[in-house]
Design a protein around this ligand. Structure first.
Ligand code: ADP
Ligand code: ADP
Ligand code: MG
Length: 671
């Protein structure tokens, strides 16, 4: 076994490889770009080498820099992860030349499978079933058009060098063919530097089923069953599972043997995936082989109980495959959801920003989270916006679906848009739950999956208001504790009196819609009223934003995260984004009940309007605060007495600082 390996990748896959290496006692070297100086994979590795600026062309894709990092640190082998240089012949070749083990297949296998056209020729010779189509060398547009006409429409034009769902064009009718061909070639040239294409029969309502294969240097090849990756958007995988629903043992064996034949035909070593496109009747055709560890390999690990990275390291260091075909067992059902920083309602537009709050579900026998980020990290525009892969396992598909829904419900991400709610709807949608799978599922179910803006339930307003009140109370307690300081001029005063405050309104917003929550104070909590519903509410907020809620005696857990004026409310497995409307903008309106005695934002006291000890009417101006270049008047929330000002003119006050000690004439009686 190696003593030290270098991981030529970043993000979750680099972390995932490091985890296994560490468990096996293998030291790890990370490489990183300037943008990744504090990335999780760098923190996890034993050593890390800076390889250049953020742009991948100047760092993660530069073969020489990575080889130099391996030599400098004495790494004996390089794990390429997926993407980046993982299927790059020149890189594999450079490793070989420098005497560094490439943890992956031999150069010849990468080359053979690198072109979808060449791969199909080889597979044809090996007797693997192929999608009807043309994958020859003649690239004359008129000739390709003729071939497409002969295949029959619809057809798919594919870039031979394509990957990641790019460089494909669906052609519905002959008249469109030449335009589509030209546009496919343009994309192929710009994305892959190679405009060679092939033409295939487009399979209608197909499933994407792939077989995990593994080979060793002794010529053994096994298959580790299948994964169903039919749920895709724009030909990119979204949810994956293993085993494939409805798969019979006979068909599994047939597909497995076809995949093993494919791997053997190219002298395959290490982890690889043979992708098939399958008709609803189960007939299947070879699509391509990915000569690397696949993004969705964890579902295979969950159903086989194996660690595929461990197998990769063993095989790369010359050991035979740990298990033979008949020793491999399939148990239960696993699902993987790719959690991305993207906005499903805006065409899955990637989102960038800091992860202000990140709370994945707890890992267990049933739940696994593979991630490359932690709270506080940045999702940068330079790389794939993946936040994590969420993988669940249970004894059967229904139970696994329930695990997935629960885990998604527990997942909290604040700071970037994300697809968690979308994934929940996808998991719950009757077509997916009923295993009515094909690559068009998302498009077909779009009404269910994209329900549009939804009305905020009363409970969500109540929970948001409760969190606000608890946050204020916590600040008041902090202030009171600070006041215990004997040097403080306020040390002799008893703290803020909860019951002394009368009724007030909290104003919250969702989109353009404002909602007022009327607050009454009670000895053991509050009375909250919203939209004609009034409840007795109590809460307890922890510093992580976890709120234990009691509404009219019903207990529930929520999370409320404040970020600027935004309030991210997580309740009953759903996320809502509200905003807190500054009450001071409304002081004097609606009877003047609004206007807290706490500073709503950092600012400067510019005038004390009322006198200490004065008896004032409700709504009377007490003090003027200047914040964000605006004046805000703090008014009396009820008729009462100004006991004391906590600050003088010219003082800077912090967000939430108590400004005035005020005693309402009619304290709300404890219920
Ligand atoms: P897999 O086939 O392993 O499930 P995908 O089909 O999602 O993975 O993507 C195919 C490959 O393309 C993956 O290795 C992925 O990392 C890679 N990939 C996708 N987008 C990019 C990109 N912008 N830069 C580099 N690699 C990418
Ligand atoms: P990539 O290298 O981008 O992964 P693939 O050849 O694996 O390209 O195809 C990606 C996806 O495109 C498949 O998972 C499937 O959804 C769709 N696809 C590919 N070939 C066909 C086909 N002949 N008919 C219908 N859909 C196809
Ligand atoms: Mg593919």
């Amino acid at each position: 076994m190696f003593e030290k390996i270098l991981i030529a990748n970043r993000g979750e896959i680099a972390c995932r490889v490091i985890k296994t290496a560490r468990r096996m006692g293998v030291k790890t070297v990370a490489v990183y770009s300037e943008a990744d100086a504090n990335a999780r994979h760098v923190r996890m590795a034993d050593e890390a080498v800076l390889i250049g600026p953020a742009a991948v062309r100047e760092s993660y894709l530069v073969v020489d820099k990575i080889i130099a990092a391996a030599k400098q640190t004495g790494a004996q082998a390089i794990h390429p992860g997926y993407g980046f240089l993982s299927e790059n012949e020149a890189f594999c070749h450079a490793c070989e030349r420098e005497g560094i083990v490439f943890i992956g297949p031999p150069v010849a296998a990468i080359r053979a499978m690198g072109s979808k056209s060449e791969a199909k020729k080889l597979m044809d010779a090996a007797g693997v079933p192929l999608t009807p189509g043309y994958h020859g060398d003649d690239q004359d547009p008129a000739y390709l058009h003729q071939q497409a006409d002969a295949i029959g429409y619809p057809v798919l034009i594919k870039a031979a060098a394509g990957g990641g769902g790019k460089g494909m064009r669906l052609v519905e009718k002959s008249a469109d063919f030449l335009d589509m061909l030209a546009s496919c070639k343009r994309e192929a040239a710009s994305s892959f530097g190679d405009e060679h294409v092939l033409v295939e029969k487009y399979i209608v309502k197909p499933r994407h089923i792939e077989i995990q294969v593994f080979g060793d240097t002794k010529g053994n090849v096994v298959y580790l069953f299948e994964r169903d990756c039919s749920v895709q958007r724009r030909h990119q995988k979204v949810l994956e599972e293993a085993p494939a629903p409805g798969m019979t043992p006979e068909r599994r064996a047939a597909m497995g043997q076809a995949a093993v034949a494919a791997a053997k035909a190219v002298g395959y070593v290490g982890a690889g995936t043979v992708e098939f496109i399958a008709n609803q009747d189960g007939s299947f055709y070879f699509m391509e082989m990915n000569t690397r560890l696949q993004v969705e390999h964890p579902v295979t690990e969950m159903i086989t109980g194996l660690d595929l990275v461990e197998w990769q390291l063993r095989v790369a260091s010359g050991e035979p495959l740990p298990l033979a075909q008949e020793q491999l067992q399939l148990r239960g059902h696993a699902l993987e959801a790719r959690i991305y920083a993207e906005d499903p309602d805006k065409g899955f537009l990637p989102s960038t920003g800091r992860l202000l709050h990140l709370a994945p579900p707890a890992e267990s026998l049933h739940v696994r989270v593979d991630t490359g980020v932690e709270e506080g990290d940045e999702i940068s525009p330079h790389y794939d916006p993946m936040i994590a892969k969420l993988i669940v396992w249970d004894v059967n598909r229904d139970r696994a679906l329930a695990r997935m829904l629960q885990a998604l419900a527990e997942y909290r991400v604040v700071g970037v848009s994300n697809n968690i709610a979308f994934l929940s709807r996808l998991t719950a949608c009757p077509a997916f739950a009923g295993a009515d799978l094909d690559t068009g599922l998302i498009e077909r179910e779009k009404d269910y999956l994209f329900p549009g803006e939804q009305k905020v339930p009363d409970e969500v307003w109540l929970v948001a208001a409760l969190a606000e009140l608890e946050r204020e109370a916590e600040r008041a307690r902090t202030t009171a504790r600070r006041d215990q300081d004997p040097l403080s001029p306020w040390h002799s005063r008893d703290g803020w009196r909860l019951n002394a405050r009368a009724q007030r309104d909290l104003i919250l917003r969702s989109g353009d819609a404002q909602t007022t929550v009327r607050v009454g104070y009670r000895a053991d909590g509050y009375t909250l009223a919203v939209n004609e519903r009034s409840v007795a509410a109590r809460g307890e907020l922890n510093p992580r934003g976890l709120l234990r809620v009691e509404l009219d005696g019903t207990r529930m857990d929520a999370t409320v995260i404040a970020a600027g004026e935004k309030r991210h409310v997580f309740l009953h497995g759903r996320a809502w984004q509200l905003a807190n409307v500054d009450p001071l903008y409304h002081s004097g309106e609606g009877g003047g009940a609004e206007g807290g005695l706490l500073a709503p934002m950092p600012g400067k006291v510019i005038a004390l309007v009322a006198a200490e000890g004065a008896k004032v009417e409700k709504g009377a101006p007490l003090l003027i605060l200047e914040a964000m270049k605006m004046e805000h008047t703090i008014t009396a929330p009820a008729a009462g007495t100004v006991k004391a000002f906590r600050f003088g003119v010219g003082d800077q006050v912090g967000d939430g600082a108590e400004l005035v000690e005020f005693e309402a004439a009619e304290a709300v009686q404890p219920a």
